[in-house]
Design a binder for this molecule. Sequence first.
Ligand SMILES: [Ca+2]
Length: 390
Amino acid sequence: MRTSPLILAALLGAALLAHAAEFNIVKFGAMPDDATDDTPAIRAALKACADAGGGTVLVPAGTFIVARKGIESPVLNLPSNTTLRGGGAASILKFAAKVNDSNFWRMLGASNDCHDIIIRDLHLDGANTHTNYVKGKTPEQNHGIFFYRKGGRIENVTVRDCLVENFSGDCVSFSQGCRHFTIRDVTVRNFIRQGIQMGGGPGDGGHLVTGCRDLEHTVKPGGSTIHVEHAEGARDFQIISNRCRNSLLAGGGATDLIVRDNVVDGRIEGNRIKHGVFENNRLTGGEDKRALMQFGYASNLVIRGNTILAPNSEANGIYVWGASRYNAEPSKQIVIENNTLELRGQPIALNGVRGAVVRGNTVKGSTAKTVVDTKRSEGVVISDGAKEAR
Ligand SMILES: [Ca+2]
């Protein structure tokens, strides 16, 4: 059956109209660059967008204040089919100063079932003025972007081209119920916990973090630039081509983890990884004495083509361990190949590993007797030309 050109034109027009629905927060009463709270106006714009079945909520240039009213988490709940879009770094959503007095402020995200959400071209400012975390005294749960829906589903979310800073918690956090998130070209700074925090459970995952970085901090970060934890049962995390000034911690029981082409000032660490590939990362060590790459209770893990530079540190390079007093499981089926390590300490160490292949690694500057040190391990095949130290 043929569709008439008129009907086609009408369908196309309706599609364009629906696509073009825009809701400028200023038209809903938001006032930039003053002390007035803009939360009700932004909520009204989001509600209009939701009532229209979706569209774009625009944040023009200026600083707009977001304040928590009750126990809401997040303060700004994004509906399905919504793009929240600024004009770049000059479009600022900023927490009210009283954020510094209490916990559990989360600026924007969702805690109900929803899908197809984009957050882009925005500057989110958590307004934290505490320069470091003091347990029991300063907040640690005030996050920027926050998606969490235990037992439900939040699907297809993109965050891109945003600067997220000064949060006394995580800058970006998504975990339970979250599927298919893309975090692209997001810059973070001055977080008290993590820069980008991921987790989840069975059915969750399918996430990509790429092109992200943290700027030099003026507060003391408590955690990692990028972090995967509490991810038992979640699968498919890709962390590719990011720049981390703090460590990159990726484990937490996740399955199918790819960590590739990242530049890290610090360490990469992960526990209980099932099927992981850590490839072509570049790590530079400082004073930290812990191994620059460290994995516990891993199974099916490939550590390949990484460059590890710690010429002034006694730290070990790559350390894989298991079967400890905490957990009887050994690390299993480990491949460590074609890495380049420049360091004084032990280049590669295995402890409590069952089944490993170590080959083709290049080592400079180490004072260790061997390239590979193995303890309490079995089934380890070393073809680096070095003998096992016992
Ligand atoms: Ca205002």
